[in-house]
Design a protein around this ligand. Structure first.
Ligand code: GDP
Length: 607
């Protein structure tokens, strides 16, 4: 992934910066190297890749440290749209302040807010009756005739109980839930954990509980299949208590309802409890603003093109609205609700199919109505760029955040070979806790590290700790995609040493510059649009493709750039050693015969 880094001249007067700026653009505006900006960010405890956006305050801090005078630009509409969008991204139901409470839309006037329907996801172990329960709830509606018509499958369904709406997401399971959360979307207000009364708490029940807890979403337990002769609801309650889910009879506050999806008993009570929990949450939205929602499903349909179901979370979505959706954008040409009816608008907490998007969005993408097409396209483009740089936080990065007091806990998903070692490791980790910082084990279990562990860690900014175990192939693929930090240990003291250091904020990676070598430009070769190529001779060390570069003319630094391409004769090569000739592409940098190219890389001090 080559990045464009033309040679730039340092600005003289005050630098205008928008409300939000991508790291590499900031470097280019300031005329410094990407590495300088990233180093300064790290010094301030912020880990951003060159493709990520940082806000004005952070950017100006970095700029000031690098010796620039900064002013905020007033004309950067696009930038402010981006910043507003960034703010809004964290708003839908996420606990941006870490309080665990759903955040109301940051800048909404209280008088604009109205109560909205709860959005519910059903989770639990396979075959415990998730699908049956959802079907039973839906068909009870049709039977009761409260809402005529057969519901279409659009990814979410609505039911009405006591004149109040409840929205159910149709994809049960914690996988979809956490995958969305990993992408920054939080749509679920209440999670129903289904446990079969004849089977009890099983591995996926436990996973679902961990995932819901990590998301700080309230849960209701539905003890299903109570019609079965071997149903034992009391045993289920005891097992739940063993997993720290305390239902009311056990002195806790988790509501449990006994149901039978098959005989359709207990459903009314379940719906009642959902409404009760929703009331306590005081869910609000502003129907008068531009809509924001999350994509829950998408498909290409013959004759209709790109069809996506969006769950509107606040605002009202209308036909004709211009929207930015994840990496794509478009104009809403038609809306269709869960009953298959064409509608003109969709209010908060309703699911509607939309057509009119340029491309197919993904589940978990956030939809935003924006002012005009340019803003929509710009936002989609920013999302593409930000996506390239998306990585999970490493233990070092979390440690640095703890060091800068920005973060007070180190979240971990713990996996061990055998159940027996869990307790010992948990206790060893608990001993590291201090009044200020602690290790928060958001999930623990025995066995191989699986995909669910990786997703949970991604969604929760956690690291994964494996003791005498390792990732299975599915997990490995997820690690490759997300970059989640997985630490494997086989002795406890090494594990506690590492995490102890991380907790003290001592694991900060120190990046140091390592000069790789120098090359003298012997000939400037015109190469058209791609910029000129420097026919060079490596005078010492080596030149590395992708490395950073400084350009010197008559001993004076004239610019910072990057080794965009490197060739020996006609072949692309990774590096060229001392004493060889090569063609160096510097991405548009202005080069002249006799210039000296210095190649360097930023490496970890320990490396
Ligand atoms: P899921 O994998 O959690 O979605 O489970 P399903 O809804 O597919 O149900 C798994 C099996 O359990 C099916 O054979 C259902 O018919 C059966 N089942 C679901 N709910 C009940 C129930 O309340 N009572 C009984 N006896 N069987 C049920």
């Amino acid at each position: 992934m080559a990045t464009q880094a033309p040679v730039v001249v340092r600005p003289t007067g005050p630098v205008e910066l928008p409300t939000s700026v991508v790291v590499k653009d900031l470097a280019e505006t300031l005329g410094v190297s990407h590495a300088d900006v990233i180093k300064e960010l790290i010094r301030n405890g912020i880990f951003a890749s060159i493709n990520q956006s940082i806000d004005f305050d952070t950017a100006s801090l970095v700029a000031a440290e690098l010796g620039f005078e900064v002013v905020q630009s007033g004309i950067a509409e696009r930038a402010s749209a981006e910043a507003a969008a960034q703010q809004e991204i964290v708003a839908p139901g996420s606990d941006a302040d870490g309080s665990g409470k759903p955040v109301l839309w940051a800048d909404e006037a209280p008088e604009d807010l109205v109560t909205r329907a709860p959005i519910v996801t059903i989770m639990g172990h396979v075959d415990h009756g998730k699908t049956s329960l959802l079907d039973a709830i839906r068909s009870s509606q049709v039977a009761a005739g409260e809402r005529g018509g057969i519901t279409q499958h659009i990814g979410a369904s609505e039911v009405v109980h006591n004149d109040k709406r409840i929205v159910f997401l149709d994809t049960p399971g914690h996988e979809a839930f956490t995958a969305m959360r990993a992408r920054g979307a939080q749509v679920t207000d209440i999670a129903i954990i289904v446990v079969a009364a004849d089977d009890g708490v099983m591995p996926q029940t436990k996973e679902a509980i961990d995932h819901v807890r990590a998301a700080r979403v309230p849960m209701i337990v539905a003890i299903n299949k109570i019609d079965k002769p071997d149903a034992n609801p009391d045993r289920v309650k005891q097992e739940l208590a063993d997993h720290k889910v305390l239902i009311e009879e056990y002195g806790g506050d988790v509501i449990a309802v006994a149901v039978s999806a098959k005989q359709r008993t207990g459903l009314e009570e379940l719906l009642e409890m959902i409404l009760l929990v929703a009331d306590l949450q005081d869910l609000k939205a502003n129907p008068t603003r531009r809509a924001i929602g999350t994509i829950v499903e998408s498909k290409i349909e013959k004759g209709r093109g790109n069809v996506a179901t969006v769950l509107v979370q606040t605002g009202t979505l209308k036909i004709g609205d211009i929207v930015a959706v994840g990496r794509t954008s478009g104009r809403v040409r038609a809306l269709q609700n869960a009953a298959g009816k064409r509608v003109k608008t969709a209010e908060p907490a309703t699911a509607v199919e939309i057509i009119g998007l340029d491309d197919l969005p993904e589940a978990g993408d956030i939809l935003r109505v924006v002012e005009d097409e340019k803003t929509a396209r710009d936002l989609a483009e920013t999302a593409v760029r930000a996506g390239e740089g998306r990585t999970a936080r490493t233990l070092e990065e979390i440690s640095a955040l703890i060091g800068s007091a920005e973060v007070k806990e180190l979240r971990a998903v713990l996996k061990t070979d055998v159940q027996g070692s869990l307790g010992a490791i948990r206790h060893a980790l608990e001993r590291l806790n201090t009044a200020e910082v602690r290790v928060n084990i958001i999930s623990e279990g025995a066995g191989e590290i699986n995909e669910s562990d990786i997703q949970l860690a991604t969604a929760s900014d956690a690291v994964v700790i494996g003791f005498n175990t390792r990732p299975d192939p599915g997990a490995q693929r997820a690690i490759d995609v997300t970059g989640v930090d997985v630490r494997l240990y086989d002795v406890i003291y090494k594990l506690t040493d590492d995490l102890g250091a991380a907790l003290r904020g001592m694991l900060t990676p120190k990046l140091v510059e390592q000069v790789e070598g120098h090359a003298e430009v012997r000939l400037v070769i015109k190469a058209g649009k791609a910029g000129n190529v420097a026919g060079s001779y490596v005078v010492d060390g080596r030149i590395v493709r992708g490395g950073s570069a400084r350009l010197y003319r008559a001993g004076e630094l004239i610019g910072e750039t990057r080794i965009e391409s490197l060739k020996r004769f006609k072949d692309d090569v990774r590096e060229v050693a001392n004493g060889f000739e090569c063609g160096i592409g510097l991405g548009g940098a202005e080069i002249a015969e006799g210039d000296m190219i210095e190649c360097y890389q930023m490496v970890s001090e320990s490396a």
